[in-house]
Design a protein around this ligand. Structure first.
Ligand SMILES: [Zn+2]
Length: 473
């Protein structure tokens, strides 16, 4: 599949010479487009390097891209739905100078740069059209149907600068993105007295954010801060853009039977995970072109098979973390409100489908049940729910702190008060799996429980030794 190095170099040399001899100009072969939350990216695929300049014109708003030493290989075709672009035109100013004009619905701030070839793509000219801040707020109320066509941000989570906000000792905060379900023209479920899910869950989400922010080493961000709708896929994109270590979506249930009651916690179903992995892979053409991607899952310069394996591993790891944090949140919620199901349920909810971010969905109760609807609209109950979710989240991260965080630093320096914990064995779990989850050796786990064999039975309670003991091995 791969040419031996000397041959490859020779090949490139010959190609370079051929280009030099047969074509004085670089060809612009195609243009690709992505719409991100606050910008639109145009990528021109080129047959070689170019010089270029970019400037804007007003009345009407246009962006002009002059590409010197270039001609157009074929007409530029690009879908501009959901972008500030109305059309992309081009003209040859001189036999070797190409001008591309981007017609705009509103003014943008352009930024452009060129990229050298990599294993997947040749020379490229990248032009980013940043929305002007005045246009960015308030967030648009988009119909749900636009989700399917809205291009997504690339897979590689380009951890944003905000995540590096230092806490004392230069360790970053753990970022929890809290998502209040529904909003705007989508009220969600409703109660008998007109209570609306979108309002209840926003109150709980804001309280949860307040409580998490009060914890040192943690920072919470909201996907929506008011009464407007955000497409489901976009909620996961926001989580990625904010550098989420965990995504928590808050909802309230409704059921045909007004008697139904209780809270539940969901993680993504295995089936949902599998199909989502397939979807991301199918879309890897779009997603792998991330510029300078250095995130946890970069599909750039990996071949397709390897990309699939990496993505699958990431999805599996996230799912296992989601189930873990979900169970902790669920048992804490069980202390403040009845549970609808005593285990984390799994479903193919769209908002849970980030391959690289552990994600849970909390149904805080049934708004269709008069008693629970009353409780859900009470601020004392909202605070209690938020407290229980915060407790579960903290328990999870004390055991699984992401690298480079203040909490990881605390743990690594023996400063986390960790009493002995217990784990109730669930179907399919093995000793090796649990040892890995709790970050200790199988031998430690075995000896802490005086196990004679590695056989576990469902429902068995295991003692999980504290981290300090585990590291003394
Ligand atoms: Zn809902």
């Amino acid at each position: 599949m791969r040419m031996r190095a000397p041959l490859a170099v020779l090949g490139l040399l010959l190609m370079a010479m051929a280009v030099d001899v047969w074509a004085a100009t670089t060809q612009v072969r195609s243009v690709r487009l992505w719409r991100a939350p606050d910008n639109t990216r145009l990528v021109f695929d080129l047959s070689g390097p170019v010089q270029h300049s970019v400037f804007t014109l007003t009345s009407p708003d246009r962006l002009v891209i002059d590409i010197n030493g270039a001609t157009l290989a074929s007409p530029l075709n690009v879908a501009t739905a959901n972008t500030p672009i109305t059309s992309v035109r081009s003209a040859q100013r001189t036999p070797t100078d190409l001008r591309v004009v981007v017609d705009l619905k509103k003014a943008v701030t352009p930024k452009s740069f060129t990229l050298a070839p990599n294993q997947q793509y040749g020379n490229r000219l990248v032009v980013d059209l940043f929305d002007n801040p005045a246009d960015a707020n308030p967030p648009p109320s988009l119909p749900e149907t636009s989700v399917a066509t809205a291009p997504s941000v690339p897979i590689s989570p380009s951890k944003p600068d905000v995540k590096l906000t230092p806490v004392p000792s230069g360790k970053r905060d753990i970022v929890v993105v809290v998502d209040a379900g529904h909003g705007g023209e989508d009220p969600g479920a409703s109660g008998g007295r007109g209570q609306q899910e979108k309002n209840v869950v926003l109150s709980i989400a804001k309280e949860l954010q307040r409580q998490i922010n009060a914890e040192r080493g943690y920072r919470a961000e909201l996907t929506r801060t008011g009464d407007y709708f955000i497409p489901l896929r976009k909620r996961t994109e926001i989580a990625r853009a904010k550098g989420a270590d965990l995504f928590v979506s808050i909802h309230a249930d409704a059921a045909p039977s007004t008697a139904a009651f209780g809270a539940s916690v969901f993680a993504l179903s295995d089936r949902g995970a599998t199909s989502e992995t397939a979807r991301w892979l199918a879309d890897s053409e779009n997603r792998s072109d991330l510029i300078g991607g250095a995130g946890a899952v970069s599909l750039d310069d990996k071949d397709r098979m390897l990309a699939g394996v990496l993505l699958d591993l990431s999805m599996t790891a996230s799912l296992s973390s989601s189930l873990n944090v979900g169970q902790k949140v669920l048992s804490n919620i069980g202390r403040v409100t009845p549970l609808h199901k005593s285990r984390v349920e799994q479903a193919g909810f769209m908002v849970l489908k980030s391959p690289d971010i552990p994600s849970i969905l909390v149904e805080t109760g049934f708004i269709s049940n008069a008693n629970e609807a009353n409780k859900l609209t009470t601020s004392s109950h909202q605070q209690a729910l938020a407290r229980s979710i915060t407790a579960g989240v903290k328990q999870f991260f004390q055991q699984n702190p992401p690298q480079g965080t203040y909490i990881a630093w605390l743990r690594d320096n023996g400063k986390l008060a960790q009493g002995p914990r217990t784990h109730t064995v669930r179907s399919g779990e093995t000793l090796a799996m649990l040892a890995a989850r709790y970050d200790m050796s199988v031998a430690t786990l075995r000896s802490a429980n005086a196990l004679k064999s590695d056989e576990l039975r469902v429902g068995q309670d295991l003692r999980i030794p504290s981290a300090e003991v585990a590291t003394q091995e």
